[in-house]
Unconditional design. Structure first.
Length: 336
């Protein structure tokens, strides 16, 4: 099936699809609409269904997820149904659904959350909800079969790591021409995600370095955790202590003269996600004969969907339009 891949045609379609994304200022314009029903009408060019606003937000998010998957499948063509790399990539929807199932279980909700249509046959059996053991009987999620006693955020962290690590295994088996720079692109993402996680776990959970290191992404054959582990050795109240750190450019400024500096973890996270997005945009135009343009499109589409999710939540919570717009720009700074 890989032999039927037409790289130039695929790249041209990627460029056309990216031009239509609701990124940056387009997402910000949605924030000024004021009501979720108006956002729905603008997004989907149809009247919103008669649902309470909270349920309408959920319905819009599921519809956006389904549209994103449909658009990607249309772009990638038949190869996305048969190539293991795309199957691993498209399993992202299932991993997201597993998180929603766990949240519903923790909240004691009577019914399982509604799922978007899965492109790849799922490994989770939601029909057995709330029987945890039967839902997660498949080996992919068997570690979730027993109730978790850790913080939900740490469980979600492990789910995210599992997705990346499964994807990395498949990438390592791709032929060189199709693989292209995918390992470099994914490694950079993993490095920055590890930095975000390490700093957040230290700042908000008070965890020690040795505890955090076991919660970082581990990609076979590369060290994607080095920058994160290095960051944990540096003092969060001393700007000079960060000189020479690999991602020093992500740090917040020193502030006003005489003002005490302290590491702003939220600032680092925002800048790291901007960096990931910018790297994806650059990588999209390289190695056109490989799967890189399709992979970067998939990830950019995820950023777009996350930005619009944020707009929907913000409008529902009646947050100031400027704050909602700023959130969208933070996620998609390169296109703001």
């Amino acid at each position: 099936m890989a032999a039927s891949f037409q790289p130039e045609y695929s790249y041209a379609r990627v460029l056309g699809s990216v031009a239509r994304l609701r990124l940056g200022s387009r997402a910000a314009a949605l924030a000024r609409l004021g009501r979720v029903s108006e956002v729905w009408k603008t997004l989907f060019e149809e009247p919103a269904p008669a649902l309470p606003e909270r349920l309408l937000v959920g319905a819009a998010e599921r519809k956006l997820e389904s549209e994103a998957l449909r658009d990607f499948m249309s772009l990638a063509g038949q190869i996305s149904k048969h190539e293991d790399f795309f199957k691993a990539l498209l399993r992202k929807a299932e991993f997201g659904y597993v998180k929603r199932l766990l949240v519903a279980l923790a909240a004691g909700e009577a019914d399982s959350p509604e799922a978007s249509a899965f492109v790849v046959r799922p490994s989770v059996l939601a029909s057995f909800y709330p029987d945890r053991a039967r839902m997660f009987a498949h080996r992919r999620f068997s570690w979730l079969a027993e109730p978790e006693h850790r913080d939900m955020a740490l469980t979600k962290n492990r789910i995210d790591r599992q997705y990346f690590e499964e994807l990395w295994k498949v990438v390592s088996r791709l032929p060189g021409a199709l693989k292209g720079n995918l390992p470099r692109v994914i490694r950079k993402e993993a490095e920055l995600e590890n930095v975000i996680w390490a700093l957040r776990l230290r700042r908000y959970y008070g965890m020690r370095s040795e505890e955090i290191e076991g919660l970082l992404l581990d990609l076979r054959g590369v060290d994607a955790a080095k920058a994160a582990v290095d960051a944990l050795q540096r003092r969060p109240d001393s700007k000079p202590d960060w000189a020479g750190w690999k991602f020093e450019g992500l740090l917040n400024d020193s502030g006003k003269s005489g003002e005490e500096w302290h590491l702003d973890v939220r600032h680092v996270e925002v800048e790291a996600r901007k960096r990931i997005f910018s790297d994806l945009v650059q990588a999209m135009h390289m190695e056109l004969g490989s799967f890189v343009p399709l992979y970067t499109y998939f990830r950019i589409k995820e950023y777009e969907t996350a930005a619009v999710f944020g707009v929907l939540e913000g409008v529902h919570l009646e947050a100031p339009a400027d704050e909602i717009a700023a959130f969208a720009a933070q996620l998609t700074g390169a296109y703001a």
